[in-house]
Design a protein around this ligand. Structure first.
Ligand code: C5P
Length: 259
């Protein structure tokens, strides 16, 4: 392996796990899906070689009591596709994600969180060291002020009142750092996409926001995205989230070069 590496041969694997000889450890053939993923990655242009990219994905879950909470229908697919595409483009990628059931893209460091405060903490300790921050997560705007320690019981009296408090805006806080990474936001809207997306971009003081109409994106494999920056809007060809993520990553790489 050392000789091959010196000869500039790219090695895939080995995989780790149970061996035919009965031992466990390095030495397995990679799973076929892993080989395919590595081959696809190998063939992508390395727009982000050596760059550090931090991404949030999925919903957050804001606890009401030990078994209940407030969440949303974000599947995490778009954020995971952006993480995979950034990794394919050569970046060192960290993905902070809320509760989702997506497989971790190969080579991506994944940090699982639950609520917005936890996501905020996981992002803020890492953000200053990044070249790019992409907030794809559908972070809850509000959380219950305090989660009940025990399950709330239906005892025949009046329905309980849940007092909500506002969550920190993770993306706006990262963008306000003294020397911020290139910050990219997402705006999922059900109407007036261009107006709301540009307003959001200006309010959060970020150079680029990616708009999508939620009727097109939530949960599915395909999406329709429009990029909004200071020059106006660029609609991307509708298609699979994986393809859109690659186009977005090359757009981000161009913005990074212009910085
Ligand atoms: O403000 P709004 O939620 O509509 O903006 C969406 C963008 O802001 C997304 O990029 C999302 O990840 C990010 N965001 C955040 N923290 C929040 C709310 C949104 O990072 N508390």
């Amino acid at each position: 392996m050392a000789t091959l590496t010196v000869d500039d041969v790219t090695l895939l694997g080995p995989g780790c796990g149970e061996q035919a000889c009965g031992e466990t450890g390095d030495g397995r053939m990679l799973e076929p899906e892993e080989i395919v993923e590595d081959l696809i990655a190998f063939l992508q242009p390395k727009h982000l070689a050596g760059k550090k990219v931090l991404i949030t994905a999925g919903p957050t879950f804001e606890a009401i009591d030990p078994v209940r909470g407030i969440t949303n229908l974000s599947s995490g697919k778009m954020g995971f596709a952006v993480a995979r595409a950034a990794r394919e483009a050569g970046a060192e990628v960290t993905l902070v994600c809320g509760p989702v059931s997506q497989p971790t893209p190969r080579g991506v460091t994944r940090i699982d969180v639950t609520g917005a405060l936890e996501m905020h903490a996981a992002v803020m300790v890492r953000a200053a060291a990044q070249d790019v921050f992409v907030g794809v997560a559908a972070v809850a705007d509000y959380r219950p002020q305090a989660a009940a320690e025990h399950k709330i019981k239906k005892d025949g009296s009046a329905a309980p009142t849940i007092t909500l408090v506002q969550n920190p805006d993770i993306l706006a806080e990262v963008a306000a750092l003294p020397n911020p990474p290139l910050c990219v936001g997402f705006a999922a809207e059900s109407q007036n996409l261009a107006e709301y997306a540009q307003k959001k971009r200006l309010a959060k003081k970020i150079p680029l926001i990616v708009g999508n109409l939620i009727q097109h994106g939530f949960g599915g494999e395909d999406n329709t995205l429009v990029l909004f920056d200071e020059t106006g809007q660029t609609p991307l060809q509708p298609g699979p989230k994986s393809e859109l993520a690659r186009t977005l990553v090359s757009h981000i790489a161009r913005q990074l070069d212009r910085r």
